[in-house]
Design a protein around this ligand. Structure first.
Ligand SMILES: NC(=O)c1ccc[n+]([C@@H]2O[C@H](COP(=O)([O-])OP(=O)(O)OC[C@H]3O[C@@H](n4cnc5c(N)ncnc54)[C@H](O)[C@@H]3O)[C@@H](O)[C@H]2O)c1
Length: 437
């Protein structure tokens, strides 16, 4: 081996040139052959890549790889008719109402929060980029549902500063409910950039506009229980450490909290972070276990039940959407005004963070048993080791702070909440619609 190495080391630094001098003709022929071989090889590689690109089954990879594809999309906005719709949707219709820009309004939580605000007579304007992380037709159906209650969702990206500036020009929002994000932990294996695009760059873009708005709105935003990462001390309390994220998603949520802190400190923005714990319910997200378990149980497909190290139980503090909505409204209603103006801080502003959970962790196998009873179908369970791709074995919220300061009090247990979810699921996916995926 070392002999070979020394032989190689002894070669002149430009071996081709060296040989050329010895036999130009032989070398040219050799080069021509090797170029042809290379050309043929690369042509095949190139054709192969094109074929893979075009014929890749959409069901095996329905998600876009390139987050910039989303930001490059252009949306139609502007014009008198559009402004009229924006104004009308954001108009306050009750005496002490607020006007709220809800980002991620076509999402699961955003839809419910928007509808609840509208029902109370608040002004609500939605913003969503309708990306295809999961079946966009579900987002369109939520949009149609909100449309019927008078909520207009502007189609656009939170990274589009010109659009955000325009929205604040048309409406003096008192509050922003920021729910737009790249959710889910596993998708980071495929598209890490989408987390940076929405959860970091997008959040900064939104805060930049809020900071310059006059008056500045108060902001409530969704963080996540995932910031507790692999903590073993339970239940998780707001005072616990959040420096062991187990996924890129968690890391970007944690970064979001730091970013919020900074904007609060420098610009006087009033900011409240909500750490949601596994939210479920009607209009839910198809990438979440309770949702795709329901779909797969009905299809007779086997479902993976993860188990932690040493056959440990994987459990989640499942929180019903109506309880989460009450927590969001509580946070909006107790938000103080931002203190800055013209991009400058005038005094200390409110900065808060709350757990919104159910305080009742349930093993995932119990979730499956409840679904079996509700669907009247036996599940094909496949017990598997929890993969190390971001899922944590256990979540459990301490909610005493939210109880005390937001009046938050969850009232729906998993059995009753899943009953409502299953009822919605069955009615949504009958009527010609097929289960996502
Ligand atoms: N559902 C849960 O269990 C849960 C748990 C913890 C935290 N959260 C957080 O709550 C928030 C809402 O979650 P969800 O379950 O409703 O998710 P969701 O994916 O259903 O909703 C998010 C919405 O934001 C939109 N969006 C994403 N990036 C955007 C961008 N750059 N510009 C404009 N719109 C964009 C998406 O199209 C989607 O409609 C997220 O911040 C999520 O991380 C949710």
């Amino acid at each position: 081996m070392s002999k070979q190495m020394s032989h190689l080391d002894n070669n002149p630094s430009t071996p081709g040139k060296f040989k050329m001098e010895k036999s130009a003709y032989a070398h040219n022929r050799l080069r021509w052959h090797s170029s042809l071989a290379k050309l043929t090889f690369w042509s095949f590689m190139f054709m192969g890549m094109i074929l893979i690109f075009f014929f890749r089954s959409p069901s095996s990879n329905p998600l876009p790889q390139d987050p910039s594809r989303r930001s490059l999309r252009t949306y139609n906005w502007g014009g008198p008719a559009w402004e009229k719709r924006v104004r009308s949707s954001a108009r306050i219709r009750s005496r002490h109402g607020i006007s709220v820009l809800v980002t991620g309004a076509a999402g699961f939580v955003g839809t419910h929060v928007s509808a609840a605000l509208k029902r109370r007579g608040d002004g609500v304007l939605g913003l969503d980029n309708f990306n295809d992380y999961y079946d966009p037709s579900l987002k369109r159906a939520r949009q149609a549902f909100l449309e019927r209650s008078g909520v207009f969702i502007v189609e656009g990206d939170i990274n589009d500063s010109a659009l955000l500036r325009k929205l604040f020009e048309v409406v003096a929002f008192t509050h922003v409910m920021h729910l737009a994000a790249q959710a889910g932990v596993r998708y980071a294996m495929e598209n890490p950039g989408s987390y940076v695009h929405s959860n970091i760059a997008g959040f900064v873009s939104l805060l930049e506009i809020c900071k310059s708005a006059n008056p500045q709105p108060a902001i409530v935003w969704a963080s996540s229980s995932s910031v507790y990462g692999l903590n073993s001390k339970v239940p998780f309390s707001e005072k616990d450490r959040t420096d062991q994220p187990a996924s890129l998603y968690a890391a970007t949520k944690k970064a979001g909290e730091e970013i919020a802190h900074t904007y609060n400190h420098i610009y006087g923005l009033s900011l409240t972070g909500l750490r949601f714990f596994t939210v479920y319910g009607p209009w839910g997200r198809p990438d979440m276990a309770y949702f795709f378990f329901t779909r797969d149980i009905l299809k007779g497909k086997s479902i993976p039940i993860f188990e932690a190290a040493n056959h440990g139980t994987v459990a989640r503090d499942f929180t019903y959407i109506d309880d989460i909505v009450k927590g969001c409204l509580g946070a909006l209603d107790t938000s103080e005004k931002s203190t800055g103006s013209g991009g400058k801080k005038k005094g200390a502003a409110q900065l808060r963070v709350y757990n919104l959970g159910n305080t009742w962790p349930v093993p995932v196998s119990d979730l499956v048993s409840i679904l079996e009873r509700l669907l009247k179908v036996n599940a094909k369970r496949k017990v598997m080791k929890l993969p190390r791709n971001g899922d944590v074995p256990f979540t459990h919220a301490n909610i005493s702070l939210a109880k005390r300061e937001l009046g938050y009090k969850p009232t729906t247990d998993l059995q009753s909440g899943l009953k409502k979810f299953v009822r919605w699921y069955l009615s949504y996916y009958s009527g010609g619609k097929k289960a996502a995926g």
